[in-house]
Write a protein that binds this ligand. Structure first.
Ligand code: CAA
Length: 377
């Protein structure tokens, strides 16, 4: 970690311990998202880390964003994922929007006054994203959107959405990307999901009923929507990996501390080799995950995007977070299964990391396709 990243980490550690940690358990129980926390994270420069200073962002790189997300995830995966998805939306603007669109939407997102959300998934288009059915019909001056989106992170708290909808025929080439505001006529937020984890982060349905979107809200050109979504996920998968690393690190720290205090058979349970080996494996897998995430972020920052490595980072780090938090519950024993300790929350928050932004089966599919390309003559 360079000096700036160490400073970022220290500042954020202080913030999360003061402002997030004390109510983390209660907020999880009440499913309460606090907008003031997101706004304050914005004031500290953490909600627009990778957005250029020209649009009020912090102007740093993905390695820096990963430091922010990992640190935040030690107290709250929910706030981290809110920033991760909003940053992904800002990444789409930075890469594909025209100057007018950037000026209009980026500053509020970068400074944390507003939240961005990404609308790709539908009830019948999850892993097979290119089969989405929401339509965008060309009319005078714009498009009319009809359909619905599902499992949208920040659905009820976001103001700016990037929505993928079909302007052409079947398949990836028929999809376009639109900027939709939460006050657009014909747009509404549907049911909020009752989830196992990520309880502070609202996940909702989005409904489009003859929702008018002006021509100026089309991103890039018609038919570019799928490529825009996939390019965004190349970045998003790295940041989801960094969230998994932070979560696993906290779970390991808690496991170590507990095992050095808890006594059974007249000694600290850490002394038992069964637990020592478990924690040695947890630490090893965590370091391997961190190295993969850092390396894929570094390549991204150097404009050498490596899709295969980004998928490997997401796959390895999120599988590790699941394993480490599950083993963490085991080390805590009976109390690990109760909400007296945060370990059960960590385990619940880990699970969906293996599913979002492409399930880990999809990561393997993309890795295998890259290998095929690499080795085909
Ligand atoms: N960048 C740019 N273009 C890309 C690309 C990328 N990373 N990946 C694919 N494309 C292009 C391809 O080149 C192709 O274009 P051409 O035909 O011009 O060559 C086009 O897109 C179609 O690509 P594929 O043929 O590979 O498409 P496919 O239908 O086989 O699907 C897939 C590929 C990898 C399975 C994809 O559908 C996928 O990633 N599925 C998972 C969906 C997903 O990740 N959803 C996440 C939802 S968001 C979320 O989870 C956020 C949250 O809440 C936290």
């Amino acid at each position: 970690m360079n000096e700036l990243q160490q400073e970022i980490q220290l500042q954020l550690e202080k913030y999360r311990l003061d402002k997030i940690e004390p109510t983390a358990e209660a907020d999880d129980h009440a499913e309460k998202f606090r907008m003031e926390i997101f706004n304050e994270l914005g004031e500290l420069g953490f909600t627009g880390v990778t957005t250029s200073e020209d649009y009020d962002g912090t102007g740093l790189g993905y390695q820096d964003l990963c430091v922010v997300l990992s640190e935040l995830s030690k107290s709250s995966v929910s706030y981290a994922v809110t920033i991760s998805v909003s940053s992904m939306v800002q990444g789409i603007f930075s890469q594909f929007a025209n100057e007018q669109q950037k000026k209009k939407y980026l500053p509020a997102l970068a400074t944390g006054q507003e939240i961005g959300a990404f609308g790709l998934t539908e009830s019948s288009a999850g892993s097979d994203a290119a089969s989405l059915k929401t339509t965008a019909k060309k009319v005078d001056g714009g498009y009319i959107l009809n359909g619905s989106k599902m499992f949208i992170t920040s659905g009820s708290i976001a103001s700016t959405f990037i929505v993928m909808a079909r302007t052409g025929g079947e398949g990836a080439k028929g999809i376009s990307a639109f900027i939709v505001r939460n006050d657009a006529s014909g747009f509404s937020v549907g049911k909020k999901e009752k989830k196992m984890g990520w309880k502070v982060s609202p996940t909702t349905e989005l409904i489009f009923e003859n929702c008018f979107v002006a021509d100026e809200n089309l991103l890039a050109q018609e038919g570019m929507g799928f490529k825009i979504a996939m390019a965004a996920l190349d970045r998003g998968r790295i940041t989801i990996g960094s969230i998994a690393v932070g979560l696993a690190e906290r779970a390991l720290e808690e496991s170590l501390k507990y095992s050095l205090e808890r006594k059974q058979f007249k000694q600290e349970i850490f002394n038992f080799q069964g637990l020592q080996f478990m924690m040695a494996d947890m630490a090893t897998e965590l370091e391997a995950s961190r190295l993969l995430v850092n390396e894929s972020a570094r390549l991204f920052d150097e404009n050498k995007n490596n899709q295969k490595l980004a998928c490997m980072a997401k796959l390895k780090a999120t599988d590790t977070a699941m394993k480490v938090t599950t083993d963490g519950v085991q080390i805590f024993g009976g109390v690990g299964y109760t909400s007296e300790y945060p370990m059960e929350r960590f385990m619940r928050d880990a699970k969906v990391l293996q599913i979002v932004e492409g399930s880990n089966q999809i990561q393997r599919l993309v890795i295998a396709r890259n290998l095929q390309k690499q080795y085909s003559i």
